[in-house]
Design a protein around this ligand. Structure first.
Ligand code: IVH
Length: 701
């Protein structure tokens, strides 16, 4: 016996089953499909995706085709949907409400067309006109009109018998209670789809959540749950809609083609699903399919494919039906686990362990039966690699329980004004300053595109001031890949020792110039804090701001901790940063971005190991009683101007801040002091008059 035939039926390909295993497998599938039908149709709460469900059905059909003798009396192919539940009275459909066969992929569509021409005895190129229309993801409903008046509305149920939902359907605004226009048959059963728009569904779920009620998985479940309410007033409050696309029993013909019939539906007050197209070739059809797939994110409602129908009704008559679906129509389904949507924004999510993960906030879309509004972007390198940008159309994938992912960008649909999210050179986050159009790479220290300029700045006169390292030498060392980051500069002497052709042997260098360079580098290992800060070349942080920062935070460790803490808006650290006189929101966010960028942090960690960073000491005598104190001036000063007072305080080693916080030592309040004086009082900060202040600092100059 082979391994395959002993394996459990479920694991074996349909083509490999024996009669014995096939019988067991058909029983298993009948039970499973019935179970999922019940969840889907009666409880509006499916537990598997549409794709998985379709796979079960296809497997069942395949096995039945191979073993016709084993087809069970309760075969899923003989049932449609699930028998109605209690609560509503039953309605027997005068004409069964059928389902549609599915086509997955272009080949299966071609097969469908081939079947039609063959059946009608036509040549392949004589394809009759095909009406292509969106397949609305809702639930089908039959509306029976007598004398132009809505008499009965019924769900599909098992196809033969549904539920009477007349009272509930009567609350739906686009279901006419009395037909408009004229010319309708006395007996007319309009069939179509009850659905909910995506935006309405979102709003409904938000209301449900506030009220602590059930949250729906997707618009279709929400529509089904809303329709099947025993209390009609609940249904009336739900934003349901109806598209007409077909019909059941009629007392007079509706026209010669389906398009004609739909035009008449429209004139009688129905909404007909759009956009439709009349197609004449396979290419037309596939072009329509791709067009609709691309429009999917912008359509206000969910669709799960498109439907192709022979347009001429006389041909439909000839083509007739298979057991549960018409031969003249087919549903071309979208790949269930993927969908295109719009990526609105990218935000950074902080995980429990502090890990930062970029997240795509999406225009909500149903993928594999679940509404997806966020997807992971893994990390910034990935964003750079795929060049994913805010505003892009993206393909989303959901596989099982895996967090939805952004598979790719639809490049052709990128907005003209789009900007990279991450730097394509180094993968660092790109940030846009308030009021600016252009985004900038924040990976200043590592980005190859910026690296040379950054290194030149790093060693320049007001920064590390390394003699012998001019523009030319930096370029040389960079091209050799001996110096790529600031830390490399301080390892140069050591790494050079291991080289076969060391610096002194390089063209343009010699023993002396190499030795001099190593020496001047060595001399700069010890560095003043303000020079170090300036050397990073952070946007908006020139010498002046670097000094202010050095003065405020004193040590590099303190600076890094404070700026990291300032990331959180509303935090004490954030307030303290903004309170530094001269540092506004633009400088603050530039600093935060710089120290937040993981690549920069790595470079700083590396550099720090090489350096001896001095604690900032103000270059004034430290014996003033205000040295090291934080002072805020408010109100009108009379003895001096505000600028003068500030300069004097700083000359004495005080820090002057713009607003009062717990860290303020003195508030110097002139006449007219307002909220700052009150805040100082609340925080217990000592408040001085201008005269008291002058006395404290030892009189006017
Ligand atoms: S025609 C005899 N047209 O899809 C077939 N069905 O999988 C009549 N559906 O039960 C159906 N949009 O609930 C048709 N434009 C459309 C549709 C559509 C959605 C649903 C309908 C049907 C199911 C079949």
């Amino acid at each position: 016996m082979t391994r395959k035939s002993t394996a459990k039926g479920a694991d074996v390909a349909a083509a490999d089953l024996t009669a014995e295993t096939a019988e067991a497998e058909l029983a298993r599938l009948a039970e499973a499909i019935a179970h999922h039908d019940k969840l889907y149709h009666q409880q509006d709460d499916p537990e598997i995706s549409d794709a998985d469900y379709d796979a079960l059905r296809r497997r069942n059909a395949e096995i039945e085709a191979r073993f016709p003798d084993l087809v069970r009396p309760d075969s899923p192919e003989r049932r449609i949907g699930a028998a109605p539940t209690g609560g509503f009275s039953k309605v027997r459909h005068s004409m069964p409400m059928l389902s549609l066969g599915n086509a997955f992929g272009d080949d299966e569509v071609a097969e469908f067309l081939g079947r039609i021409t063959r059946f009608l005895g036509l040549a392949a190129e004589e394809l009759p006109e095909i009406l292509a229309e969106p397949k609305i993801d809702g639930l089908s409903c039959a509306l029976r009109y007598e004398g132009g008046q809505l008499r009965q509305a019924a769900t599909r149920g098992d196809g033969s018998e549904g539920e009477d939902v007349t009272a509930n359907v009567s609350t739906i605004a686009d279901v006419p209670k009395n037909l408009a226009g004229k010319g309708w048959p006395d007996l007319l059963e309009v069939r179509g789809e009850i659905y909910m728009r995506r935006a309405d569904f979102q709003a409904l779920n938000a209301r449900q959540e506030t009220a602590g009620e059930k949250i729906f998985a997707n618009p279709r479940n929400a529509a089904a749950g809303s329709l099947r309410q025993l209390d009609t007033s609940i249904t009336a409050a739900r934003p349901l809609r109806f598209f007409a696309y077909s019909w059941g029993e009629i007392s007079a013909p509706l026209g010669e083609t389906s398009s004609e019939a739909l035009d008449r539906f429209r004139s009688w007050g129905f909404t007909v699903s759009a956009p439709m197209r009349r197609c004449h070739t396979l290419e037309d059809i596939l072009d329509y399919y791709r067009g609709i797939m691309a429009q999917r994110p912008e359509l206000p409602f969910d669709i799960d494919g498109v439907v192709y129908k022979v347009n001429r009704l006389d041909l439909r008559e000839r083509l007739g039906f298979l057991s549960r679906s018409p031969r003249w129509a087919v549903a071309h389904k979208f790949p269930a686990e993927q969908a295109e949507t719009i990526l609105n924004t990218i935000t950074i999510q902080v995980g429990r362990t502090g890990a930062l993960t970029p997240v795509a906030n999406l225009e909500p879309i149903t993928v594999g039966g679940v509404v997806v509004s966020r997807a992971t972007l893994h990390n910034e390198d990935e964003i750079a690699r795929k060049d994913i940008r805010e505003g892009d159309h993206v393909i989303i994938q959901r596989a099982g329980d895996v967090i939805p992912q952004v598979v790719s960008v639809v490049a052709a649909r990128r907005p003209a004004d789009s900007q990279p999210y991450a730097c394509p050179e180094c993968g660092s986050h790109a940030a846009r300053e308030e009021g600016e159009v252009v985004k900038r790479c924040t990976g200043g220290l590592i980005c190859p595109a910026q690296a040379i300029e950054r290194l030149r700045h790093f060693v320049s006169r007001n920064a590390f001031d390394i003699e012998g390292l001019g523009d030319k030498q930096v370029q040389f060392l960079f091209d050799k890949e001996w110096v790529r980051t600031p830390g490399d500069i301080f390892r140069l002497a050591t790494t050079d020792r291991e080289r076969l052709t060391p610096l002194r042997k390089q063209p343009g260098w010699g023993d002396l110039s190499a030795a001099n360079l190593f020496e001047s580098i060595e001399m700069r290992r010890r560095i003043a804090l303000d020079r170090l800060i300036f050397a990073f070349g952070i946007r908006h942080v020139g010498r002046e701001n670097a000094r202010l920062l050095a003065k405020t935070y004193g040590s590099f460790a303190e600076l890094r901790t404070a700026i990291a803490a300032a990331r959180e808006e509303g935090s004490e650290a954030h307030a303290e940063l903004l309170a530094i006189d001269g540092i506004g929101p633009v400088v603050a966010s530039s600093l935060i971005e710089f120290f937040d960028e993981p690549h920069n942090r790595e470079v700083l960690d590396d550099l720090e190991k090489e350096l001896e960073i001095e604690i900032f000491e103000s270059d004034v005598a430290g014996d003033s009683p205000v040295a090291g104190k934080t002072v805020v001036f408010t109100g009108k000063l009379e003895a001096t101007t505000r600028d003068e007072a500030k300069a004097r305080a700083e000359a004495l080693g005080a820090k002057v801040a713009g607003s009062v916080s717990k860290k303020t030592d003195y508030l110097v309040a002139g006449p007219g002091a307002g909220s700052k004086a009150k805040k100082a009082a609340d925080l217990g900060v000592e408040t001085l008059s201008e005269a008291e202040w002058i006395a404290l600092i030892g009189g006017q100059e």
